[in-house]
Design a protein around this ligand. Structure first.
Ligand SMILES: Cc1ncc(C[n+]2csc(CCOP(=O)(O)OP(=O)(O)O)c2C)c(N)n1
Length: 325
């Protein structure tokens, strides 16, 4: 296999920083809107997971396919999904990617290489394996990548997908975001293995554990896996260890999580860590950071205004673009 560079240039580093900050700003605004009763649906936040969401997804190329869950909205930002698309989606307006039929985070765009997200877990593991099989049959140098949480690894589909991808040597990268809890169930009550990635050896594929709060490590490990998949080296399982810094959804205050755990992981905030990395390299200053945050806040406010001023779908549109069984 040709060894490709894992180094990121300044423009790429700053782009990653922008996506992480944009993701956080969108989520903070969604939380306020949800608590103010302004959204018709639910919110599933990934606060604290910005490094793996953005770092892994950034390793994909334009023709690749991403298959995220509804907690992984931030992974769609490097695919080109915009703040306006995320807010019109949450407001269920007719100009959203699901044309007002989905709310929450169920947006996607095949042309930009991201399926619309789903909340059935881990149903995008088989879908990603299927997309990778299609790429292989068509002899296309494309890669599929999917996310799920550690709780979803207890479902049979998870194991079947990895097994078939291994047997058929498919170009797919399986990411598990191990964020400590599956709803209110802590990891130690879910499994006895020390690392989800240890299960890779059962399928004879490479497995890796990454610090899920270190965006550079998340990017590099995923990039290696993406390059290997594209070069015919088959699937990889990557486990990112991190913490879910909010409840399962907006309605869940997560009282089952000890404050010491939250305090510990607040000190490991992936955005602050990356900012320190950029500052040490002279790529970020207090002033430029303020400028970037101001620009992002303006972008988010513009997107909220746009969504609020957008129309709801007409009743007759309810039966357009939908499947029925
Ligand atoms: C097939 C299926 N069964 C049950 C659920 C209900 N459910 C929603 S979230 C959740 C826990 C998921 O935990 P994990 O996979 O660790 O992901 P996280 O929410 O931590 O990102 C469950 C069981 C579901 N969404 N899909």
């Amino acid at each position: 296999m040709e060894v490709k560079s894992l180094e990121l240039n300044t423009q790429q580093l700053m782009e990653i920083y922008y996506f992480m900050r944009l993701g956080r700003a969108i989520e903070e605004r969604l939380e306020l809107l949800y608590k103010g009763g302004r959204l018709p649906g639910a919110i599933y936040l990934g606060r604290g997971q910005e490094a793996i969401e953005v770092g892994a997804s950034y390793a994909l190329e334009p023709g690749d396919m991403l298959a995220p869950t509804h907690r992984d909205m931030m992974s769609q930002l490097p695919r080109g999904i915009t703040a306006k698309e995320i807010f019109t989606q949450h407001y269920a307006r007719t100009n959203s990617l699901t044309r007002g039929k989905g709310e929450d985070n169920y947006q996607g765009d095949l042309k930009r290489g991201t399926f619309a997200t789903v909340s059935m877990l881990p149903d995008f593991y088989p879908v990603a394996a299927g997309a990778a099989l299609a790429f292989k049959i068509r002899n296309e140098k494309r890669v599929a990548m999917t996310y799920c949480g550690e709780g979803a690894t207890s479902v049979g589909d998870w194991h079947e997908s990895i097994n078939v991808a291994s047997v058929l040597n498919l170009p797919v990268v399986f990411i598990v975001i191990n964020n400590g809890y599956a709803y209110s169930t802590p990891v130690y009550k879910e499994m006895k293995v020390a690392n989800v990635a240890d299960r890779a050896c059962a399928y004879a594929i490479p497995g890796a554990v990454v610090d899920g709060n270190d965006v550079i490590e998340c990017y590099r490990e995923t990039k290696k896996a993406v390059d290997r998949a594209r070069d015919g080296g088959g699937p990889t399982l990557i486990e990112a260890k991190t913490m879910r810094m909010r409840g399962h959804a907006g309605h869940d205050p997560a009282k089952y999580m000890a404050t010491e755990i939250i305090d510990l992981w607040t000190r490991r905030d992936p955005i602050v860590r990356f900012e320190n990395y950029l500052i040490e390299r002279g790529l970020l200053t207090d002033e430029s950071k303020r400028e970037i945050i101001n620009r992002i806040n303006a972008e988010v406010e513009d997107a909220v205004r746009f969504a609020e001023e957008s129309p709801y779908p007409e009743g007759k549109e309810a039966i357009e673009d939908v499947y029925r069984g």
